[in-house]
Design a protein around this ligand. Structure first.
Ligand SMILES: Cc1cc2nc3c(=O)[nH]c(=O)nc-3n(C[C@H](O)[C@H](O)[C@H](O)COP(=O)(O)OP(=O)(O)OC[C@H]3O[C@@H](n4cnc5c(N)ncnc54)[C@H](O)[C@@H]3O)c2cc1C
Length: 299
């Protein structure tokens, strides 16, 4: 092992539990875990950590981390890369670890009302770019002008939005071992008060329709073309179905909630049962929106 790598390993946390970082409160440990201080620190890590796998997490609000955890290095960016700069009247540069709720607050205070759709999404800018997060007919990539990415050599590249193939809850043109570190957004300015009101309306809608009192990852499955995963799951009588500590929410059938001490295998088994039942009753094969990461715990 080279000297820099062994020095770095001393800075990292070993076998670090990840469940507490995830919105589901589920998951095994990271073999190595690190929260960079800033972008420069992240560049250094990438330069040194050349041999083993790297997994970048934002706020871990759209991942199911399996019970055996994740091998290699997990880099957690939430509240780590946090710069926010106003470039001009309608453009801002935001680093990947900024929470979307924080981004919305800042934008709204500037009157950028068309950022309001992100309110209530508990992710980071980086995770939202990777997922093409959206709500109420809007998607984050509708507002992206350019992004900055980092690779395993610690190289930062500036890329234009048009260089990416973005679709429903996915972005395909990111290379393996390439991650978002910042984005330039374009929003329209209007009345601050109207923007604040819009945020309140969206938050109220969410609390009426989503089981926000329980840990979850939001919607587990993508909506199939022209339909809703929640409708299909509910039509199979699966609301309230429970395996271990994982239950299909009574309030929103596309949410699986952790009602106590769910482990990842409970969630995965329940997901599999949902997929099988929905397919046999409606011939639609549901596709998970959540990213399933890591290793299965072997008995
Ligand atoms: C209550 C609740 C409500 C939700 N509502 C919505 C909603 O309305 N709309 C919606 O779209 N989603 C929703 N979500 C899901 C989730 O919040 C979003 O998908 C969010 O954008 C994920 O961001 P994150 O930072 O948590 O990503 P993570 O969960 O940390 O990561 C998701 C994926 O992105 C990758 N990733 C993370 N950061 C980076 C990076 N910097 N560069 C490259 N890859 C990266 C990870 O490796 C992983 O594969 C909801 C979740 C919850 C719990």
């Amino acid at each position: 092992m080279n000297k820099d790598l062994s020095k770095l390993k001393n800075k990292l946390q070993r076998n670090h539990p990840l469940a507490e970082y995830t919105s589901w409160k589920i998951g095994g440990p990271a073999e190595y875990f690190y929260r960079p201080m800033d972008l420069e620190d992240l560049v250094q890590i990438m330069r040194v950590w050349q041999e083993e796998p790297i997994m970048v997490l934002g706020a871990a609000s759209n991942v199911l981390i399996r019970d055996a955890g994740i091998k290699g290095l997990v880099i957690y960016l939430r509240n780590s890369l946090t710069k926010f700069d106003e470039l001009d009247d309608s453009n801002i540069r935001v680093e990947a670890g900024v929470e979307l709720m924080h981004l919305v607050e800042k934008c709204v205070s500037l009157g950028m009302f068309d950022a309001a759709f992100m309110s209530g999404i508990p992710g980071t800018v980086g995770g939202a770019l990777k997922m093409n997060a959206g709500a109420y007919g809007e998607r984050i990539w509708n507002h992206i002008v350019a992004v900055e990415t980092i690779n395993r050599s610690g190289e930062i590249k500036l890329k234009q939005a048009k260089d990416f193939a973005v679709g429903y809850r996915q972005v395909d043109s990111l290379a393996k071992d390439e991650w978002f570190v910042a984005a330039q957004f374009n929003f329209t300015r209007g009345e601050v008060q109207a923007a604040k009101q819009q945020v309140q309306t969206y938050l109220q809608k969410r609390s009426k329709s989503q089981p926000l009192d329980f840990p979850s990852c939001g919607s587990v499955f993508r909506n199939p073309e022209g339909d809703y995963a929640a409708r299909l799951i509910e039509a199979c009588g699966l609301k309230g179905k429970q395996i271990g500590g994982a239950r299909v929410s009574e309030k929103h059938a596309n949410f699986i909630i952790n009602c106590g001490n769910a482990i990842a295998v409970d969630v995965e088994t329940l997901m599999q049962e949902i997929i099988t039942k929905v397919e046999s009753s409606s011939s639609v094969k549901l596709i998970p929106e959540v990213h399933i990461l890591g290793d299965i715990l072997l008995a």
